[in-house]
Design a protein around this ligand. Structure first.
Ligand code: DC
Length: 229
């Protein structure tokens, strides 16, 4: 039997389980996982650490030339984000970065640079990429597009637990406030705003477990992989 290599785009709102789902699906299918949000977070970390003025396009262009983002698989088979050769998987998940990332990812020059890299990473197919504009802008021809959302409170609880698991205790109100703000910035920005692609399948994760989300996406993926050539 012939199996097709496909591109799977997982988009949706902040903290609704996109990354966890995309990660697990890619492991089951033996696909490459690319966390596009991590790329915007790494750029944000660089901008913060180098005091790049977000209002200065020249400074931004100069800084972007110095930003090299890669993903490496660690000893436990987990994909980790590297910024200029340094593992930044932990610092990019801090509130310091979360608070600025929506602003940074709304900058046109930043998006152009990241989208170009993301397309290059997906050229070979057999990839699961999650983000906000994967099905609409990065891979409008993706074979399978998923768009996820969940109730705000559920998202906030999940993100708070995720932070706690990483050793950060953050007030639920602060987590919720950050999610609300990011939803607003992500959906209303001029450049590639977050929206569901017309041909995306909507998945509400409020009342389902991670395993159920993963099963559903794998089922949909297999129907494309094994489906008519
Ligand atoms: O998925 P995440 O929460 O780690 O993403 C961080 C931010 O990056 C999010 O607030 C919006 C931005 N982002 C984006 O604009 N486009 C993407 N494809 C992925 C993330």
């Amino acid at each position: 039997m012939n199996f097709r290599k496909i591109v799977i785009a997982v988009d949706g709102y902040s903290a609704c389980g996109k990354s966890s789902t995309a990660k697990a699906v890619s492991a089951i299918l033996g696909y490459r996982y690319i966390d596009s949000g991590a790329m915007y977070r790494a750029v944000t970390l660089y901008f913060l650490d180098h005091h790049v003025a977000l209002s200065n396009p020249k400074e931004i262009a100069r800084a972007l030339k110095k930003v090299d983002i890669t993903f490496r698989i660690n000893s436990t088979n987990k994909s980790e984000t590297y910024l200029n050769g340094l593992n930044v998987d932990k610092p990019i998940r801090t509130m310091r970065v979360s608070e600025l990332v929506s602003q940074v990812s709304a900058i046109r020059e930043v998006r152009i640079a990241m989208v170009e890299q993301q397309r290059r990473m997906g050229r070979e197919k057999a990839v699961v990429m999650d983000g906000r504009d994967i099905g609409t802008v990065v891979f409008p021809q993706a074979d399978l597009k998923i768009f996820m959302n969940a109730d705000l409170l559920v998202r906030a609880f999940r993100r708070q637990k995720e932070l706690l698991d990483r050793g950060q205790l953050v007030d639920l109100d602060d987590v919720m406030e950050n999610i609300i703000l990011r939803d607003k910035t992500d959906t209303t920005r001029a450049e590639s705003p977050l929206k569901q692609a017309e041909d995306a399948i909507f998945l509400d994760t409020t009342n389902i477990t991670l395993d159920e989300q993963v099963d559903e996406v794998v089922r949909l993926a297999l129907s494309k992989i094994i489906g008519p050539q």
